[in-house]
Design a protein around this ligand. Structure first.
Ligand SMILES: [Zn+2]
Ligand SMILES: [Zn+2]
Length: 135
């Protein structure tokens, strides 16, 4: 993924006012790369930002998605996770430790067959199984 050196500049470039809380949410996403849920981000950041609310975290993520700097990982119906890596990659979820791993996808290796002339807006590749550590 592209490393973001200067978060406030990056947010501004994407038409987002870089408030302190927004910068911290984005920093959390890029530094951990653990595909967190809203709850997880909230629980981690509240330790350092006591004024933070879960609604703020949620609205911040919504804004980031609208501006295209964060994508959603919908690997489970009942669980929305967020990813600051918007480049094309697949997600593997371990059913034991619930960790989500990234893996590379090469679009030129995908056989689109009968949909090859369609316009594609989003690509998601989800795989579930058991990771090396839990095997
Ligand atoms: Zn595992
Ligand atoms: Zn990812």
């Amino acid at each position: 993924m592209t490393k973001v050196e200067n978060i406030s500049e990056y947010l501004l470039k994407n038409d987002i006012k870089p408030s302190y809380q927004r910068m911290r949410v984005f920093e959390y996403l890029t530094s951990k790369q653990n595909h967190p849920t809203v709850d997880k981000i909230y629980k981690e950041l509240i330790k350092e930002i006591p004024t933070l609310s879960k609604t703020t975290v949620y609205n911040t993520l919504k804004l980031f998605m609208e501006k295209g700097i964060v994508t959603v990982v919908n690997i489970e119906d009942n669980e929305v996770r967020y990813d600051a890596d918007t480049s094309l990659h697949g997600h593997f979820k371990c059913e034991k430790c619930e960790e989500i791993y990234d893996f590379k996808i090469n679009p030129s290796n995908i056989d689109y067959g009968e949909i090859k002339n369609f316009k594609i807006n989003e690509t998601h590749l989800y795989i579930k199984g058991v990771c090396d550590k839990c095997k």
